[in-house]
Design a protein around this ligand. Structure first.
Ligand code: AMP
Ligand code: MG
Length: 507
């Protein structure tokens, strides 16, 4: 089957700045139609942001687009080329094996956003894959993207999802689904690696220029645009990864093809928010050596950026008319921007999460205070999210308010020792409790999409076609800093039998 003749749609026309790049940057490929598509959910807030027509998207023509069965005439479906380091091993050709970009839409705020169908059928990059996506992972990506957005962290988001009416064969037959992904762009570290490995410096330059124009326009006039680009990308990644850590997020597959150069979180595969604080926590069934464990993420971020730096070396050398050694020195100093962004974002964020204000002097002692808390949390299996949120609700002088926090430690006395120091420290600050508490609550969510809750949504949808649990979970995680007293059960960590130890790639 090929998609039926294109249709006029009450949509703004798709634009194609990426598809205007040279032809070897992508492959033109229409989605493969599916037999019986039906709408699972639309993201009305995002539809509104993009200025799209929700009624049309919900109509049979709209669903036909979201399923890849019939595209508006302004769509130009392409699969993007990229390479990538997967678990450290270089793969020279990956590319969109199951995702098809329809084009770009300029949203109400003037931001250019990619609209892509994930699970839309085979492409020239599919290798042995079927080009399809399974309902479970599609639900996970939808939920985690909305949660991340609710937390205020840059992320791709789902515009909607449709069921395909067709089984997808994995370990067993699973219901197929397609997610419509909206992203600032889909350019990855791996996109540069694709051209760099082929020795195509012109293409690397074209891509770098495009990236500057699209995401870093302030660098257009720079004297050293490519070194500055590397530094700017590194700074955004440093900040992003700090923010993941501050909410207990584990990406799970930080391969270079899953690192978007826009600075958005992308590719929610075997990812999760952790329950008990454990820096070594891994959820991915394919990450046998813990390469992408929670606490490894900062160093992996830099490792990935080093791969990007290698791709840019020829541009840096040409820029300065210097040799490779000088280019490497330049690259190394650009990469310093990563730590310079990460360190203050992470440690500053942690200090703010325990409510201490920087008075410009003794942040070293405050860093020790918060590191001490984390050590005790890890040792005594305290829940990451609840510890910080309950701490925000506590008043150090009122033992009754400290009780819920200490009860979360296997040895509550370990918390008491810390709380005495915390109390001492806050006394110096002379700030009304209510003000400190409001600041702390704005940084430490009450709600994360806990893994057992995500699993509950997936099971209900997959086994019974029941989407009610999805709605309930989305309602709390999309406003995670608010108290939702009637939904308090979503704050509960999993019971022993509910713990999900691994999530699967779902490819
Ligand atoms: P991921 O692990 O999801 O980041 O995907 C890694 C690579 O495998 C990318 O090139 C994907 O496009 C490709 N891929 C993943 N799943 C499939 C599938 N079901 N069919 C074809 N290609 C796939
Ligand atoms: Mg990927």
């Amino acid at each position: 089957m090929t998609p039926t003749a294109s249709a006029a749609a009450p949509l703004p026309p798709f634009e194609h700045s990426y598809a205007e790049l040279p032809g070897h940057f992508y492959a033109e490929i229409p989605p493969t139609p599916v037999p019986e598509p039906y709408l699972l959910r639309l993201n009305h807030a995002l539809i509104d942001e993009l200025g799209l027509d929700a009624d049309w998207l919900a109509s049979s023509d709209g669903v036909a687009m979201l399923a890849g069965n019939r595209l508006p005439e302004t769509a130009k479906p392409i699969a993007m080329a990229y390479a990538g380091h997967q678990f450290g091993n270089f793969v020279p050709s990956l590319g969109d094996g199951r995702a098809i970009l329809l084009g770009e839409v300029v949203d109400r705020q003037g931001r250019r956003r990619d609209v892509q169908l994930k699970g839309a059928g085979r492409t020239p990059f599919s290798r042995s894959g079927d080009g399809r996506a399974v309902l479970g992972p599609v639900l996970r990506e939808y939920i985690l993207g909305e949660a991340m957005h609710g937390l205020g962290i840059p992320t791709t988001r789902a515009l909607g999802m449709v069921a395909t009416g067709e089984p997808v064969f994995r370990e067993r037959p699973e219901p197929g689904a397609i997610l419509t992904r909206v992203a600032a762009s889909h350019i990855r570290v791996g996109t540069f690696e694709y051209f760099a490995r082929r020795g195509n410096t012109d293409a690397v330059r074209t891509l770098a220029d495009y990236l500057i124009q699209r995401h870093y326009p302030e660098l257009a006039e720079s004297d050293a645009p490519y070194a500055d680009l590397l530094a700017a990308i590194a700074a955004r990644q440093g900040e992003l990864i700090a923010r993941w850590l501050l909410v207990g997020f584990i990406h799970g597959v930080m391969n270079t093809d899953n690192m978007a150069l826009s600075g958005e979180t992308i590719d929610y595969g075997p990812c999760a928010f952790m329950d008990e604080y454990d820096p070594n926590q891994v959820y991915s069934s394919i990450d046998r050596f813990g390469r992408y464990a929670y606490g490894q993420q900062p160093s992996i971020g830099l490792w990935n950026l080093t791969q990007l730096a290698n791709c840019l070396l020829p541009l840096l050398a040409a820029d300065t008319e210097e040799d490779m050694e000088a280019a490497k020195t330049q690259a190394r100093s650009a990469l310093d921007a990563y730590g310079k962004a990460f360190e203050p974002a992470y440690y500053g964020g942690l200090r703010a999460k325990i409510g201490v204000m920087d008075d410009g002097t003794d942040t070293g002692a405050d860093d020790e205070l918060v590191t001490d808390l984390l050590g005790r949390m890890a040792q005594h299996r305290a829940d990451f999210t609840n510890t910080f949120r309950l701490l925000a609700d506590a008043r150090p002088d009122d033992p009754a308010t400290l009780e819920p926090v200490r009860a979360g430690f296997t040895d509550p006395a370990a918390f008491d020792t810390w709380a005495a120091q915390w109390r001492e420290r806050l006394t110096r600050q002379r700030e009304p409790d209510a003000e400190r508490q409001a600041r702390m609550r704005a940084l430490s969510p009450a709600y994360i999409p806990r893994n057992h809750r995500v699993q509950e949504v997936i099971d209900a949808a997959t086994e019974r076609g029941d989407l009610a649990p999805l709605e309930r979970l989305l309602a709390v995680v999309s406003r995670p800093y608010d108290d939702h007293p009637e939904q308090a059960e979503y704050r509960q960590p999993p019971q022993e039998h509910e713990v999900v130890h691994q999530t699967f790639c779902g490819t």
